[in-house]
Design a protein around this ligand. Structure first.
Ligand SMILES: *Cc1c(COP(=O)(O)O)cnc(C)c1O
Length: 368
């Protein structure tokens, strides 16, 4: 170990490297999180993600729309916000191993933070329904990856049982520290805008994130850091919309694999966020999701994954809630990076034409 490097991992900031300003979710919002001075902070400097104006989307919707770019997190999704908390608390509690069920991003994040903390990480993923980039992440960070012949909901049932029978900490969003960390997304939106937005749009899968954002908005208002609360609009994929249907979906299906969930763990959290805020939960079809996905890439230059685009698809479909007009502000969370699922992107466009290595041939094809 180099002289001057600290032994433990207690400090999110590294000595000798000047942090520009951002210190990671736990250090930035310590007073709102269940940590103490002795909690070992395991951080990859997650959070602090951009809130980007979306001029063309704003024109289509008739209000000011901003995009919270969660793909800018260290492992490319918002899952890092919860994972810094879950892994820090696991280390504090003396855990040696963690386990999760995942549609992909939870495993990528758990694997990265576990490697940082020196913990063993085991993940259960549904066979054949995980985006390539996410699988690559879990593997390269050294997780023990098992592909389950079953779906996410079955994987989560097994993981919960494992948590009871083996000496491992479950780091799915049933772990309350995950929600605690994820509420920092709402804190950032308020800090970036100066107040809460009028409307907050978010994809809903296992429903941990909508639960967390609502908790964050409530806590900031309570603390006097904002003066109002947004209406929470959650969007499920039509083929995986248990909350909209009002019952568990046995065989959820959607192109948006990150929200391919038929029995959300935080079901009640999602319905309370929607009802307490005067918002709602609605469904968007795969076609609507993919239209929003292409629109974001071509018109706003943001490449997100299909599940993320559900928030924008929903906003485009339902429009502004009653009583809101052009002066209102809408935030859509884009939960994960598009590079995680390159197969979907390529399936949405035609494959590049092959030409001879000849200027004339190139000019002819490009028609500039
Ligand atoms: C996990 C995830 C979701 C769904 O979030 P929940 O908390 O399960 O509702 C949406 N989009 C992406 C990219 C995700 O990784």
């Amino acid at each position: 170990m180099t002289a001057g490097m600290t032994a433990g991992m207690g400090d999110g900031a590294t000595e000798g490297i000047r942090a520009l300003s951002w210190r990671g979710v736990i250090e930035e919002y310590r007073e709102f999180l269940p940590v103490t001075a002795s909690t070992p902070v395991i951080s990859l400097l997650e959070g602090g993600t951009p809130l980007l104006e979306a001029p063309r989307l704003s024109a289509r919707v008739g209000a000011r729309v901003l995009l919270k770019i969660e793909g800018a997190n260290p492992t490319g999704s918002f899952k890092d916000r919860g994972m810094t908390m879950a892994i820090s608390k696991a280390v504090e509690d003396g855990a040696k191993a963690v386990v999760c069920a995942s549609t992909g991003n939870t495993s990528a994040s758990a694997a990265a933070f576990s490697a940082r903390a020196g913990l063993t990480c085991a993940v259960l993923i549904p066979e054949g329904h995980i985006a390539l980039g996410k699988l690559a992440q879990a593997l390269i960070h050294g997780a023990k990856v098992l592909q389950l012949r079953g779906n996410f909901d079955q994987a989560l049932d097994i993981v919960r049982a494992l948590g009871e029978q083996a000496p491992v900490t479950v780091v799915n969003s049933v772990n309350p520290y995950r929600i605690e960390g994820q509420k920092s997304g709402a804190f950032e939106v308020v800090d970036q805008l100066g107040d809460a937005p009028d409307v907050h749009c978010i994809p809903v899968g296992n429903a941990g994130n909508i639960t967390a954002y609502w908790k964050g908005y409530l806590e900031f208002k309570e603390a006097g850091r904002s003066t109002r609360l947004p209406r929470m609009l959650g969007f499920q994929a039509a083929g995986a919309a248990p909350i909209v249907a009002g019952h568990v979906i046995e065989h959820p299906e959607t192109v948006a694999t990150a929200i391919r969930i038929g029995n959300p763990a935080s079901w009640y959290g999602a319905t309370s966020a929607a009802s307490e805020s005067g918002g709602g939960i609605a469904a968007v079809t795969d076609d609507e999701i993919l239209e929003a996905y292409r629109f974001l890439a071509t018109e706003e230059s943001v490449f997100c994954e299909p599940a993320s685009a559900a928030s924008v698809a929903g906003l485009l479909k339902t429009g502004l809630p009653d009583g809101l007009g052009p002066g209102s502000t809408v935030v859509c969370v884009l939960t994960g990076h598009g590079l995680k699922d390159p197969d979907i992107a390529i399936s949405q466009i035609s494959v590049p034409t092959v030409v001879d290595a000849d200027l004339g041939a190139v000019l002819h094809e490009l028609q500039l």
